[in-house]
Write a protein that binds this ligand. Structure first.
Ligand code: ADQ
Length: 461
């Protein structure tokens, strides 16, 4: 059987948020004796030229790491990946900080990684590349003569053409993407955006089977909405007791938000919507409490320290204006929580607030629903701009920029009759169970195999 080789920025660890991904891929990788490649946590003084096998307690697949130098961390990771691609792909071209040294480092890292991977590949191996850190990886591998099947899954949204064109070398990025056999995106919206950009920027031809042809190459493109380990998450949430100090549900309704601290997650807008709720519904004073958990990421980038300062200021203002001796309306926790605590907190919360301004999928929306007690479930208030909104139509869908509408949706969620809550939860859950993380990985890999099979037949004819 052919091995599966996964490449991702981070390697899976029980602590990392790649949790669901690791669950899904462990089975496929173990069955094929596969390899998972990612950056190690060490900083090297010289760019390494070899992949290093890591830690390997009794895992059935091999984890291999490559070290970044401090300069690569600055220029490739914080620079091109997170100051160019991340903001632009999330519709924040205004935050792009493009520098030539970032661009050079990004391409050099991908070329170096390609050379390391090429030395490891056997005929028949399938390569599955994860996310925006490695857009040119397939092109670099093809340059080295690698003809194995290579697929990409992009976890973040694909930008509209106008945004994409802000990146100086966007045509080169598109040209490189066409070296993948299959490009998987989160939503149909992303597929349309990608095809639109290929047409506008590269005069690409769209084929009847959904593939795209440009630069003399052809790539299959489709959406594969990522899921979670729905059953496992639901079971764990029902078994774990909520942490102490969470208020009595009879007295106070809990509203919860859980996000990495990122400007794409719409946190200031969310805080202001909550404030609007308190202003327009004074009878809720002392009866609701909003808990926002937002661990830091990518510290070192200005956009991230700015959003942190803004949230701290807003939280202070809202509590200053509305708190009472025995009531804190908003609690804001700036660190990660253990996953098992997260599940029981979700279950305890009457409202899940997931209101990003742009998001590839958003797994918190799915985890919140999976964690609910089906007999007495809470209600999900979900941004239409999260990829999850394409599937989760029974949530209360909102425009996160519209404070009044979000406040109204929270109010509606708090007052929603039990029958309606159960019905909405049941249909959301049906889909989450059907299209879970295992469905996602098997569907993607099947499509990748079929694509390559089809290519072989066409070439043979
Ligand atoms: P992220 O932007 O990281 O992922 P998301 O999908 O919400 O966003 O996943 C975050 C994960 O981290 C969730 O599993 C959540 O439980 C966990 N997490 C967040 N805050 C936490 C905390 N305080 N403590 C513990 N755990 C916490 C990217 C894309 C998304 C896409 C995913 C998967 O940006 O759009 O859904 O990849 O494809």
């Amino acid at each position: 059987m052919s091995r599966i080789i996964v490449v991702s920025n981070r390697l899976p660890s029980p602590r990392s948020s790649a949790g669901g991904l690791a669950v899904a891929l462990t089975d496929c990788l173990s069955a094929t004796g596969g390899v998972w490649i990612g950056t190690s946590e060490d900083i090297a003084t010289e760019p390494g030229q070899r992949l290093r096998p890591l830690d390997e307690t009794e895992s059935l697949f091999v984890k291999m790491g490559f070290d970044l130098t401090r300069q690569e961390h600055e220029n490739y990771y914080l620079g091109y990946s997170n100051s160019v691609l991340w903001p632009v792909f999330h519709g924040r071209a205004d935050l792009m900080d493009y520098r030539e040294e970032y661009d050079i480092s990004y391409h050099a890292l991908n070329a170096r990684l390609a050379a390391m991977i090429a030395g490891l590949l056997r005929p028949g191996d399938l390569l599955w590349v994860q996310d925006y850190h490695f857009l040119p990886l397939a092109a670099e591998l093809r340059r080295l003569g690698v003809s194995n099947a290579i697929g990409l899954f992009l976890h973040i949204p694909f930008p509209d053409t106008n945004d994409l064109q802000v990146i100086p070398d966007h045509v080169e990025l598109l040209r490189a993407l066409l070296d993948y056999d299959l490009i998987g995106l989160q939503t149909q919206r992303d597929v349309n955006a990608f095809l639109g950009s290929c047409r506008t920027c590269a005069g690409a031809e769209l084929m009847i089977d959904g593939s795209v042809s440009a630069f003399g190459k052809r790539t299959a493109v489709a959406s594969f909405p990522i899921g979670i380990d729905t059953e496992g998450f639901a079971l764990e949430a029902s078994r774990t007791l909520p942490p102490r100090h969470v208020e009595d549900p009879e007295r106070q309704h809990l509203i919860i938000g859980v996000d990495r601290l990122d400007y794409s997650k719409g946190l200031p807008q969310r805080f202001l919507a909550y404030e609007r709720l308190l202003e327009t519904h004074p009878e809720l004073a002392g009866r609701v409490s909003f808990l926002q958990i937002a661990p830091p990421t990518r510290s070192g980038l200005r956009a991230y320290s700015e959003i942190r300062a803004e949230l701290e200021r807003l939280a202070g203002c809202i509590n200053g204006a509305h708190a009472d001796i025995d009531w804190t309306p908003l609690r804001y926790i700036h660190r990660a929580l253990p996953r098992e605590q997260l599940g029981s907190l979700y279950r305890r919360a009457r409202v899940g607030l997931v209101t990003p301004l742009a998001d590839g999928m958003n797994l918190v929306a799915k985890e919140y629903v999976a964690a609910q007690d089906p007999e007495n479930p809470g209600v999900l208030v979900l941004s239409r701009f999260a990829g999850a909104a394409e599937q989760m139509t029974e949530a209360l869908l909102v425009n996160p920029h519209d404070r009044g509408a979000v406040a109204q949706a929270i109010h509606r969620a708090l007052r929603m009759p039990l029958g309606e809550r159960r019905a909405r939860h049941a249909s959301l859950m049906r889909k989450l169970l059907e299209e879970d993380i295992t469905w996602w990985s098997t569907t993607y890999l099947k499509r990748l195999r079929d694509t390559v099979w089809h290519r072989k037949i066409v070439t043979a004819q």
